[in-house]
Design a protein around this ligand. Structure first.
Ligand code: FAD
Length: 481
């Protein structure tokens, strides 16, 4: 692609939308997976939907690869560009088009920040449930592409459970509308298909979200255990009882130590693991459920139980959990956060195996995870200034993913396949299923120009180089979950 060709795109768009200078391109060469980078050919920052569509159609006409980008917080390299491609940055499409309290929906542009949806819905007593811990900064467009989750997705489901309509431009430039404003739809669930498509189908332009009433009350319990296995067993006991908490999270000793140092969260001293269980809903229901929870916890090997007495104490408990990942970063110059899923019953086995991998590799691993749905987030600590440590960390991360697959789980719970895990997808799916996925992609993107090099194995790996925490983590604005 020559700059003469790029000039035709520049001519299509209003002045200032297309940048080719090195400084502008450098800002988009990496995402939350900071170990990888690749500088794009150019960056387009459209101000409205028409400009997005014009850019995509130009890319289709000239067979130029593009990647849609929200806030670039992907932890799997999902929004990393390719060197001969265009970044379409959607942050200026940030309008909340409407909040309809009667139908409990919001219609938003793709660059709207997750938490701003709840802020707009709050005056109607409503909120948007999916709560990735990057929710202060990540966009709804990125959330649907990765079908993102968060601590409270145990009860309410992932992003796909809260998206009821999508209007998008496919990679071949066609405008499509899936679903709508009604919770019921007829025919195949194309909205669900688009959720989790990792930017490979095209660009979402307008999204209709389901809103929920804010819970009337919360009951948050922090429990200390002498072993990780005992904490894992407690999770099974809660789920087996039929209770469905809003969130069930586990942190182990290394992560507790880091969180304690960062937030003085007052977690039980000497705990090998802590479990946070949060019930939420109507007061009457929670009054009954908290008694049930109390007796379940009493029958486990807990050595200390703290019940949050008020909102302040609840916030303190969550502050420890939410800070855990960035705080772990203070224990080590570099870390990789992995994301895999095992069947909940196999949590104990998986954690033991990870401990073994950690010993073999000589690298420390801190485990923090959404225990209720078996979603592990092992943090692999390493020092990139030591020769070969990044590669050893990557190898260890790969062993954890293999383990998840062997146990019948998944190579991703919420961070997507992206660039990082594309070689692992065929380990989860057989050839006919992979072939079906390729055909689905081709239906939306016959030229393979939308976010190439992601999800499917085979493309050339971009340069591997570590450059530390995401800038927003360094600034303490967001923390990983
Ligand atoms: C500190 C930290 C904490 C995190 N915590 C969580 C967590 O708790 N749970 C979780 O699930 N994830 C988490 N993440 C990962 C990340 O925030 C999510 O994947 C998020 O959804 C990405 O949103 P984004 O706007 O940054 O998207 P980007 O990173 O810009 O893009 C992500 C993907 O979406 C595609 N995309 C973006 N916009 C569009 C669009 N309009 N149409 C089509 N495709 C599009 C991109 O091409 C890319 O493939 C965390 C990340 C960080 C850095």
């Amino acid at each position: 692609m020559s700059s003469v060709h790029l000039q035709t795109l520049r001519d299509l768009l209003p002045p200032g939308r297309l940048s080719e200078d090195a400084a502008s391109r450098a800002a988009f060469e990496s995402d939350g997976l900071t170990a990888f980078r690749c500088r794009p050919l150019a960056v387009v920052i459209p101000q409205n939907e028409t400009e997005v569509v014009q850019t995509v159609r130009w890319c289709d006409q000239h067979a130029v690869p593009f990647v849609a980008r929200g806030s670039g917080t992907s932890l799997s390299g999902g929004s990393m560009p390719v060197s001969d491609g265009i970044v379409i940055s959607l942050n200026r499409l940030r309008q909340i088009i409407k909040v309809d309290p009667d139908n409990r929906i919001a219609v938003v542009q793709p660059g709207v920040i997750n938490l701003q949806v709840s802020a707009a819905a709050a005056r109607h007593g409503l909120y948007y449930a999916p709560d990735p811990s990057s929710q202060k900064i990540c966009t709804i467009g990125g959330n649907i592409a990765f079908n993102s989750g968060g601590a409270h997705c145990l009860k309410y489901g992932m992003t796909s459970n809260h998206v009821i309509g999508i209007r998008a431009v496919t990679a071949s430039g066609e405008i499509v509308s899936f679903g709508g404003e009604s919770l019921e739809s007829v025919g195949p669930d194309f909205t669900g298909l688009f959720c989790g498509s990792e930017g490979l189908f095209g660009v979402a332009l307008e999204i209709t979200l389901r809103l929920l009433p804010k819970p009337e009350c919360f009951h948050t319990v922090l429990v200390g255990y002498r072993s990780l296995r005992a904490a894992g067993d407690a999770v099974s006991a809660v789920i087996d009882s039929g209770l469905l908490p809003g969130a069930m999270e586990i942190m182990e000793a290394l992560a507790i130590e880091a969180a304690e140092a960062a937030t003085q969260c007052g977690y039980p001293k000497g705990a090998a693991a802590v479990l946070i269980v949060e019930l939420e809903g109507p007061r009457e229901k929670i009054d009954a459920e908290k008694k049930q929870l109390e007796s379940i916890i009493a029958a486990t090997d807990a050595f200390e139980t703290v019940v949050a007495a008020d909102d302040h104490q609840r916030a303190g408990i969550w502050a420890g959990r939410k800070s855990a990942f960035s705080a772990v970063g203070k224990l080590s110059p570099d870390f990789l956060v992995q994301d895999g899923v095992v069947p909940r019953k196999r949590l104990g086995d998986a954690l033991e195996a990870i401990e073994g991998f950690s010993k073999d590799s000589g690298l420390r691993v801190a485990n923090v995870f959404h225990a209720g749905d078996g979603n592990l987030h092992p943090l692999i600590l390493f020092d990139d200034s030591v020769d070969g440590e990044l590669e050893r960390a990557e190898t260890l991360a790969g062993k954890i993913l293999d383990l998840c697959v062997q146990m019948g789980g998944s190579i991703t719970g919420e961070h997507g396949v992206g660039m990082e895990k594309r070689e692992f997808l065929p380990k989860m799916y057989d050839e006919p299923t992979m072939e079906l996925m390729h055909r689905l992609r081709a239906a939306f993107d016959p030229q393979t120009i939308a976010n190439p090099g992601k999800m499917f194995p085979g493309a050339e790996a971009p340069a591997l180089s570590s450059h530390g925490l995401h800038p927003l983590e360094k600034a303490g604005v967001i923390s990983r979950e």
